[in-house]
Structure formats: structure tokens, C-alpha cells
Design a protein around this ligand. Structure first.
Ligand SMILES: [Zn+2]
Length: 641
């Protein structure tokens, strides 16, 4: 029997959502507990233990998916709180499970003979996870590890919650709207005191920083944006770093990055530092070239200016792109109407990967603005999964862009269901937002296409964590192709975006890539150094790292680290984005730039990289696709071009 998608309660049915939350969190957690009990009751040495381990993880994955998603997107604050409590329960259960010597012993005793490669991989992975949790330590150590694990989960959750709930509003003079698009000005009415309110939501902050000609107001708005969750997250982060460090050292590692990197492509903590310095070195010539141009341009407005700070970065990058490359973001956005872009994205990915997306208009969701689609392989009626697109901001909603799981797919048991959570405006989009949409959709595709394994461990985005951005970064390339864009980027009169304009957009985008790489290395260094060094003064260390890696001056008195949400989940591994980009550029080199839809290569990529999920090491998936090991050549050539 083919599994079917979940039926969600209607948006306004609060009681229905409350029971749904229980059904999808408390119930599977209870089932996971029963399965763990059954596992303990098994005679050591039975192969069936591995199947039970898989069952347990199917239940656990369901509890994690529903609680994590609903805590971030449900419009009802009480339900979000209940979901967060459920997520905490799931975390507690997992922490205790991974320190359970009896369950570990049953798995360790599974006979290897007769296991196929996949089962062998699942078993190895499980045993390694147990050892990394500390299951084989003495009781006192295990108890301390359990405390630390629980504390870490709570702190990471609080860190994210403070960012999510910390939205701020600043008031700036109405004249600061000079330079902004008409629809933006319209959406920001002037109060009696002559000011307008700008919130820290992306659709408010980003256009303002890009277009407002008022340098002082840009500084005010940027200052509020950089102070999200300050001061509350400073203390949370201090303790989080200490807890992670103690946990790693108790387990015999030289600090958190060494522990964390062990299960990633990069392998060791020291390699992170080397990677950051290598990229910094490679990007320096391009960064200095770009920065000189930007400063020269900024001096036309502010004669004698010595150095640009972050609050002017977007504005002057935009100015240079407009003046030098004749790319006017406001001219460009005329072509990106949200509804057409969303359809275009589905058309492009459908054509590329041989998929059909069917809107399920009558599917209830948690909010009326959320759109549901069923996806199937073209020509095969059988459904592959369901996706939900939740793409506009609202109060209390997760305020960045990310893919969430609703259900992890397991062959014959449950269909994969994934959710895209973004914060775009409802009218015209900036091209950078279109790129973000393609990026996040790449994660969603990965989740859905890899949803037909027997082992839930392989399901979806289940590769090493420093590979996960590569498929998404590669998909961004399709949002930069004139032929692709012509299919959906049309203005009100129905005119497609001219290929010459796309060419200029690409040239303009190339401008600034050195600066961008350096900024990314600043973020990566905060993520790595904070965990490696446990600085006593996070603000001061962050400023030092900004001086060392970023091109722009930091805003004095700002506290970027408090709103840097990635420190919660990515911990010391923010370098992941650049690491993945190196691989993404290599993957993309297999496609024909003259025909991005050439089916042979796209389908090979779909099947060997995406659909494979976590069934092999990422390096092997890439080699299966490319026919050779990955290499940095394409990336370096791009950076230096
Ligand atoms: Zn991503």
C-alpha cells in the first residue's frame, strides 16, 4: 500500500492543532519508548535489533519534525510553546537513549554476517553515535553527559527563541524613505511625528539598507538588526559554549570543534581554521579590488570617508552595480512578481528533474497563506511526497529562510513531506530573494527525493552536515540563467526579462564576490573561534575577528553574535556554506552552460546525489556523479575570475 500524506487540521481549528501536535509528538515518543523497551528485552545477538532501531528512529524523527516545525511556524503562540515543550521532550528522550548501555549492547551484539552494505552502514553509524554520546563511560560520567546534553538543548532552543521573538522596530524620519521603491513607501505610512517604522523583518530591513539614501537612518536600522536578541543571548551563548566544551572534553576530544568535525567531511577542528585562512587568502585580491571601488563611490557622497561600515555595504554595492554595471535593482524587481516566481520555480525544477508538482488547493494548513503541492515523478502517477510553501512573514514566525521536515520519507511506510519557511513580500521580489527561494527549494527537493529508503537514517538531507548546502547552492545557478528566467520573469506587460539585463546582473553579482567571501569567513571564524576559545568577552572577540576577516568596519557597540542563529544549530561549522560552495561549483561544472536543462546530466544528478540521501558518504555521492573525486579547481577559477 502506498502511504498517503498527513491530513492537517484547518488553520482556524486551534483544538484540532492541539490534538494534531499530540498525535505527532507525544504519541510517537511513547511508541519510541516502547520500541526501546522491546529492544532491551531482546536476547543479545539478534539481527532484529537493527530493524527495531530503525522503527524507533522513524517514530523519533516524526516527533522531532512536527515539534520543530510547529514551534517555528504556527500562528498561535500557545501552540508554539507547546510544540517547543514537545521538542524538549524529544531531546530528553534522545539524550537518555544514546546513554543507554542496554540498547547499545543489543546493537553492538548484532551479528554482521548476512547484513547488506546498507544495514552495515546503519549499524556502524548507530554504534559511532552511541560512543560519541558517551554510552561506554562510567556511570558518573554518563550522568554528567546527560545533564550537559539536556542543558545544551535547552540553551540552543532559548538562543533561537530569543531571535525569533526579538523582532524590533525603529523609527526614522520619513525623508529616509528617499530612494525606496514606491510600494515600499506606500507600505510605510508616516506617523504624526513625521517618522516611519522599520521593523527588523527581512522585507523591511533589507530594502531599506539597500536603497535609503540617509546614511544616519541606515545606521539606526542596521544597529537594531545587529542587536537582535541582545543582551539576553550573550549570556545564553556564553553558557552554551561552556557546556559544549565540557561535553567534548569529557568525551576525550580537544574541545568542541574537534568533536563536531569528526563526523563531517572536513574531519578535524584544525582543518576548519586552515580552510578559513585558505579561503581568506584566495579571496583577498578580489576583495581589495571591490572594496576600493566601493570606497571611491562612497566618497562621492561623503568626501574624506576612510572606511565603509556594514550599514553602508548594501547601499554602495547596489550603487556600484547600478552605475557601473547598469543594473538597477528596482528595474530588475519589476520582473519578479511573487506569484509568477513561485510558479516559475516549480516549472523549472519540474522540467529539470522530471517531476510534476500538483497544487492541493483544498489541503488544510496552519495558515491560509501556505500553499501545498504533491510531487510525483513525471509519467509515474505514484506520489513521491508533499511540500508546503510558507513564504511570507507574520508575527511570531521563524524570521529567516529554511527548510523544515514535516515527515521523513521511509519506503512503503511514510511519504516525505517538507516545508519551506521564508519571509518574502507578497508583491515584487528582489532578485536576491529569488535566488534565496531557489536555494531553500534545493533543500526541499533533497528531502523529498531522498525519501524512499528503507532506513530512515538515509532519508532526506542525511549526508554529512558540511555537504548539505551544496545541492542548494548549485540550484541557485538556475536563477542566474537568462533562458531559465525568461520562462517566468515577466513584467506587468508580459515582457520577459531581457537577456542583456541578466548578463549585466551576472556581471554585477560577480562584483563583490571577494568581499562576500571575506564576510563569510568572518562569520565562519566567529562560529569556529567562539567554540574553540570560549572568549570571556564575546563582543570584543567578535569585533577582533571582524577586523581580521571582514572588509567592512563593524558598527561600534553592535552585537552581531546574539542574533547569529547559526550558532545554535551549526555550532562551530558555519564554514559549511563555503565548503559546500567549493563542491557546488564542481558539481555545476558537469552541466552544459548552454543548456541547463539537458536531461541526462540532471537525472544522473537527481538519482546519484539527491535521491541517494545519506546512503553513502558525500564524497562518494559526488564521485558517483562526476566520475572523479571532487576538486576545488572550478571554485578557485570562479573566485579569481
Ligand atoms: Zn541552505
Amino acid at each position: 500500500m502506498t502511504p498517503t500524506p498527513l491530513v492537517l487540521p484547518p488553520a482556524d481549528d486551534t483544538a484540532g492543532w492541539s490534538s494534531f501536535l499530540t498525535e505527532r509528538t507525544a504519541a510517537p515518543l511513547a511508541e519510541a519508548a516502547r520500541t526501546a523497551e522491546a529492544l532491551r528485552a531482546k536476547e543479545p545477538g539478534t539481527a532484529q535489533a537493527l530493524a527495531l532501531w530503525n522503527d524507533l528512529h522513524v517514530a523519533l524523527a516524526n516527533a522531532f519534525a512536527a515539534s520543530s516545525l510547529l514551534s517555528q511556524v504556527h500562528p498561535d503562540g500557545d501552540l508554539r510553546d507547546a510544540a517547543e515543550a514537545a521538542e524538549q521532550e524529544a531531546n530528553r528522550f534522545r539524550t537518555a537513549l544514546m546513554l543507554d548501555p542496554e540498547v547499545f549492547a543489543r546493537l553492538e551484539a548484532v551479528p554482521r554476517e548476512g547484513l547488506d552494505d546498507a544495514a552495515w552502514r546503519v549499524l556502524d553509524d548507530a554504534l559511532r553515535s552511541f560512543r560519541r554520546a558517551g554510552v561506554d563511560r562510567d556511570e558518573e560520567t554518563r550522568e554528567r553527559l546527560r545533564e550537559l546534553g539536556e542543558r545544551e538543548d535547552d540553551l540552543a532552543q532559548a538562543f533561537g527563541r530569543h531571535i525569533r521573538d526579538g523582532a524590533r522596530t525603529t523609527r526614522v524620519p520619513a525623508s529616509a524613505l528617499d530612494g525606496l521603491p514606491a510600494d515600499y513607501v506606500e507600505a510605510h505610512p508616516v506617523a504624526d511625528d513625521g517618522t516611519v517604522a522599520i521593523t527588523t523583518d527581512y522585507p523591511d530591513t533589507h530594502p531599506f539598507l539597500t536603497f535609503s539614501t540617509d546614511a544616519e537612518a541606515r545606521r539606526t536600522v542596521m544597529g537594531a538588526f545587529l542587536d537582535l536578541a541582545w543582551p539576553e543571548n550573550d549570556e545564553v551563548l556564553q553558557e552554551l559554549l561552556a557546556v559544549r566544551d565540557e561535553r567534548a572534553r569529557l568525551l576525550g576530544y580537544d574541545g568542541w570543534p574537534a568533536f563536531d568535525a569528526e563526523v563531517k567531511m572536513i574531519g578535524t577542528g584544525a582543518a576548519i581554521a586552515d580552510f578559513i585562512d585558505q579561503i581568506t587568502h584566495d579571496a583577498t585580491a578580489a576583495a581589495e579590488r571591490d572594496a576600493a571601488l566601493l570606497l571611491e563611490r562612497a566618497r562621492l557622497d561623503q568626501p574624506g570617508l576612510e572606511r565603509l561600515d556594514v550599514s553602508g555595504a548594501r547601499f554602495y554595492t547596489e550603487a556600484v552595480r547600478r552605475e557601473r554595471y547598469e543594473v538597477d535593482a528596482q528595474e530588475v524587481r519589476r520582473y519578479f512578481d511573487f506569484t509568477r516566481v513561485r510558479q516559475g520555480l516549480l516549472d523549472v525544477t519540474g522540467r529539470l528533474f522530471g517531476l510534476t508538482w500538483t497544487p492541493v488547493d483544498d489541503a488544510p494548513t496552519w495558515h491560509t497563506e501556505v500553499a501545498a503541492y504533491d510531487v510525483a515523478l513525471e509519467g509515474a502517477g505514484e506520489p513521491l511526497g508533499r511540500i508546503y510553501l510558507d513564504l511570507h512573514p507574520r508575527p511570531g514566525k521563524y524570521n529567516h529562510a529554511a527548510q523544515f521536515d514535516l515527515v521523513s520519507g521511509v519506503a512503503g511506510r511514510q511519504l516525505p513531506e517538507g516545508v519551506l519557511v521564508c519571509n518574502f513580500g507578497r508583491g515584487l521580489m528582489e532578485h536576491s530573494e529569488v535566488v534565496t527561494l531557489f536555494h531553500e527549494f534545493g533543500h526541499l527537493l533533497h528531502h523529498v527525493l531522498a525519501g524512499r529508503h528503507d532506513w530512515v537514517r538515509f532519508s532526506g538531507v542525511a549526508t554529512e552536515w558540511d555537504f548539505v548546502e551544496a545541492p542548494s547552492q548549485m540550484l541557485e545557478e538556475w536563477a542566474w540563467d537568462a533562458g531559465v528566467l525568461a520562462g517566468f520573469a515577466t513584467d506587468e506587460a508580459g515582457q520577459a526579462i531581457p537577456p542583456e539585463l541578466v548578463e549585466r546582473m551576472r556581471a554585477a553579482e560577480e562584483f563583490g564576490k571577494g568581499v562576500h567571501a571575506r564576510t563569510q569567513m568572518y562569520y565562519a571564524s566567529v562560529s569556529y573561534r567562539f567554540h574553540a576559545e570560549l572568549p570571556a568577552d564575546l563582543t570584543a572577540r567578535s569585533l577582533e575577528l571582524s577586523e581580521q576577516y571582514a572588509v567592512w568596519a563593524a558598527l561600534p557597540g553592535s552585537h552581531f553574535h546574539c542574533g547569529f542563529g547559526h550558532l545554535g544549530g551549526y555550532t562551530s561549522a558555519y564554514y559549511t556554506y563555503m565548503w559546500s560552495l567549493v563542491i557546488a561549483k564542481d558539481l555545476f561544472s558537469a552541466f552544459d552552460p548552454g543548456d541547463l536543462f539537458a536531461p541526462e546530466v540532471a537525472l544522473r544528478y537527481r538519482d546519484r546525489v539527491l535521491a541517494a540521501g545519506g546512503s553513502k558518504d558525500a564524497a562518494d555521492l559526488v564521485e558517483d556523479f562526476l566520475g572523479r573525486p571532487y576538486e576545488p579547481t572550478a571554485f578557485t577559477a570562479w573566485l579569481e575570475r
